[in-house]
Design a protein around this ligand. Structure first.
Ligand code: GLA
Length: 756
């Protein structure tokens, strides 16, 4: 449906007439002041007020056109029960000659132009050196849950198409922008953001975000938002361990797991990104602008060309961080992950890396596979070391053919053996990289990103291939496609073990060389998309030296992610907790590995299993060193896991007790239908004789009864624990459970099955 204010160039056609009719029908409930009808419609245009209302099940997002014809953000929060709450948009007045009206007004997609001083969504240089873009409403269309609004510069045929999609069930909205050059001359884009999220005007907001480092990803930070700008970003070429493109904002830092209003946002982009959190003091207005990082960014748009920005998601809940995470998790499973619509639980995997590192060969891998199969593993993944002259990290990357010393008859004998044991086979690749000591680099030294005559800085002895180049992209696609076509490989672990350095693309025209940042990522996406299309059963794990590439862009293409190279179970509790604020446990690959682990700590095998069983369980230990008791315990734990994994992976997570506070960590998962709930508890280090805190469960049906299953003797029986009748949800949530956890690194799992 099209609704043009600026004169349309297209002739009046039947289509247009039809569109106008539909637009009128869509607008009718509002025109009539009707409220009942509007509840089923997620995108509405209220023509008389020149407003758009985007409704989810529990939230409303409202934008309107002000008296200057600018698109203005008006409201985001709890669902508005009635259109009578709405009135037409009006710009905020100028504060003084120093704070213009456009700077005071919540422009939905501000161009840098006029007297606009906040973070702009768009910055361009137009023909003749004009560096001024003032965007006003041009037209809109509504298609079901989607809305398209076109803005246009006041003079030039520079358009921005804003696309909104509403996800009613998950209370989320997606924003995206496309910059269209319909002028007859070149437009140079210097900043292209996806949009802005505004929280209600006011003071006292707090920001929550995820920071980290290699082997210490997704650490949660909470801090007040003060006037000025806080930049969350990556300038490294990929998503990064250091900051993740997700944020949440609450009021006064008072929101907790159960209570408080929480607004959140996330970018779907695995390259240089930016989230600018701004508090502009004159209006007491907090806003978060997100999109491509404009650092070292430049994109020449020829006449007729357009540039689209990454998806920028936003959501709201007034039930604290717990509900915010559950909605986001549900959204990822229902709308983002490749298996959405036909979900498949993640298999239990074994990975050879920590056991053998680069010393892989047929006999060694077969021996590990046999042991892995015995404990119930379903997917056997051979990690680094199988290709080229890869004996350590000094050589071989780029040479994606099987090393014949290690595998004289290729991979097929190993894969058949693994399949014969009832497991799928997976293989590690690091497609984007090359070691200078490789056949590929000797043949194509020009294929790495570089500035002519300048050093090529190595990290882990490797250089980054310039995947923005189409020939490099085709080489990587063909190399992987060949391996997948010739072998029964069900799963790829796709790694990236360094960030960009000297990001030069000397073969490209000078004006286009900075496009490398974006084109590289688009080509990574394209390779994955093409591989998946050719090999429909293929599953992929995204890894970048651990959790360096986890975001809503890569998650449209991969089935799980490697959370962290730090597999030490106690450290993992924090990494996994931070991860859970933004990402579902279904994709959170978590391995049980040997002790003492990387930081010298030794935790019991049971503790390590229970930590890893809170995500997609894997085993990465050297099974050749395990005792019969270890095998027995592992077999039992894997079997417990299989009985609860649908709940852990697809259910609702309740963070009951945080590893950031106190001695006890507890997490509960409730299955989608509420038939099963599982609770994991971990005691870190007990003060002598101090009892572990009572754990109050959440998300149960007060009136239902639950049969309790324990895996040990850690649950202290309480009055009301009828062995046959079970325990009521009310008792479990209000009286709670007491556990006899003791000493250091004690742990338990409690499984509740609903009886009626
Ligand atoms: C990275 C990954 C590890 C492993 C090694 C192999 O560090 O995060 O899991 O695959 O590379 O070289």
């Amino acid at each position: 449906m099209s609704h043009d204010l600026i004169s349309s160039r297209s002739p009046l056609s039947l289509n247009v007439l039809f569109s106008v009719l539909i637009t009128m029908v869509m607008s009718m409930p509002a025109l009539l002041g009707g409220e009942a009808a509007m509840n089923n419609v997620s995108v509405r245009y209220l023509a008389d007020l020149r407003l758009w209302a985007l409704d989810t099940q529990r939230t409303s997002y409202v934008m309107g056109l002000n008296e200057r014809n600018e698109l203005q953000s008006l409201y985001w929060g709890e669902k508005l029960p009635s259109d009578h709450d709405l009135s037409a948009a009006h710009s905020r007045p100028e504060h003084a000659s120093f704070d213009s009206s456009e700077t005071m007004t919540n422009l939905e997609y501000p161009g840098w132009g006029g007297r606009y001083y906040n973070e702009p969504s768009l910055k361009v240089t137009l023909a003749g050196g004009v560096r001024d873009a003032v965007l006003k409403y041009a037209s809109h269309e509504i298609h079901g849950d989607s809305l398209e609004i076109r803005l246009k510069d006041i003079q030039y045929d520079l358009f921005v198409k804003l696309t909104y999609k509403v996800f009613p069930k998950e209370d989320m909205i997606r924003k995206q922008a496309e910059i269209e050059n319909r002028t007859p001359q070149l437009v140079s884009v210097e900043s292209a953001q996806s949009g802005v999220w505004y929280v209600p005007q006011g003071e006292g907001y707090w920001l929550t975000y995820l920071t980290g480092r290699w082997a210490g990803e997704t650490q949660l930070i909470r801090e007040p938002i003060n006037p000025g700008k806080k930049l969350l970003e990556s300038r490294r070429g990929n998503t990064s361990h250091q900051l993740n493109p997700w944020f949440a904002i609450d009021e006064r830092g008072e929101a907790d797991e159960e209570h408080g209003r929480v607004w959140w946002g996330a970018l779907g982009w695995s390259g240089n990104w930016k989230l600018a959190v701004e508090d502009t003091p004159a209006a007491h207005q907090v806003r978060v602008t997100g999109g491509y990082n404009d650092f070292d960014f430049s994109w020449p748009l020829q006449p007729g060309e357009s540039l689209s920005t990454p998806p920028y998601y936003g959501g709201f809940s007034n039930q604290g961080f717990g509900e915010a995470s559950r909605l986001l998790h549900r959204f990822e499973r229902d709308e983002i992950l490749p298996d959405h619509g036909h979900p498949r639980v993640r298999p239990v995997l074994y990975n050879s890396w920590e056991a053998t590192e680069f010393n892989v060969d047929e006999a060694g891998q077969k021996a590990l596979a046999e042991k892995a199969a015995k404990i119930g593993v379903e997917l056997f993944v051979m990690d680094d070391g199988w290709f080229g002259q890869r004996h350590n990290d000094h050589a071989g990357l780029g040479d994606w053919y099987v090393n014949r010393q290690k595998f004289p008859n290729g991979l097929q004998p190993l894969i058949s053996y693994v399949n014969g044991l009832g497991m799928d086979f997976g293989l590690w690749f690091e497609p984007e990289m090359v070691n200078p000591d490789s056949d590929l680099y000797r043949k194509h030294p020009d294929w790495v990103m570089n500035f002519p005559g300048r050093p090529r800085s190595e990290a882990r002895n490797q250089l980054v291939l310039n995947l923005a180049r189409d020939d490099v992209k085709e080489y990587i696609f063909s190399a992987l496609n060949k391996m997948l076509s010739e072998n029964n490989i069900q799963y790829i672990k796709w790694d990236m073990n360094r960030h960009f350095g000297e990001p030069g693309w000397p073969e490209a025209p000078l004006a286009e060389q900075k496009e490398i940042w974006v084109k590289y990522v688009r080509n990574v996406y394209e390779i994955i998309d093409r591989l998946r299309a050719k090999h429909p059963n293929l599953e992929i794990e995204s890894c970048s030296g651990g959790g360096g590439r986890v975001d809503l862009g890569i998650l449209e293409r991969v089935n799980e992610v490697w959370t962290s190279d730090n597999t030490e179970a106690f450290d993992r509790l924090r990494i996994q907790e931070g991860f859970s604020f933004a990402y579902t446990s279904k994709i959170m690959s978590a391995w049980v590995t040997d002790v003492p682990n990387m930081n010298g700590r030794s935790t019991p095998l049971k503790f390590r299993f229970l930590v890893a069983m809170q995500g997609a369980l894997g085993v990465g230990a050297n099974l050749n060193k395990w005792s019969p008791e270890d095998f027995a315990l592992a077999t039992q734990m894997v079997s417990y896991y299989k009985s609860i994994r649908a709940t852990v992976q697809e259910g609702d997570l309740y963070r009951l007790s945080s590893p950031r506070q106190g001695e006890l960590t507890a997490n509960e998962y409730v299955s989608a239908e509420g038939q099963q709930a599982v609770m994991f508890a971990f005691l870190h280090s007990q003060q002598f004789l101090r009892p572990a805190a009572t754990i109050h469960l959440r998300g149960l049906d007060e009136n239902a009864r639950y049969r309790i299953k324990t895996i040990d003797d850690k649950l202290i029986a309480a009055p009301g624990f009828g062995p046959t009748q079970g325990v009521s949800g009310s008792f479990l949530m209000h009286h709670g459970l007491n556990l006899s956890l003791r000493g250091d690194y004690d742990s338990t799992l409690v499984i509740l099955e609903r009886t009626k």
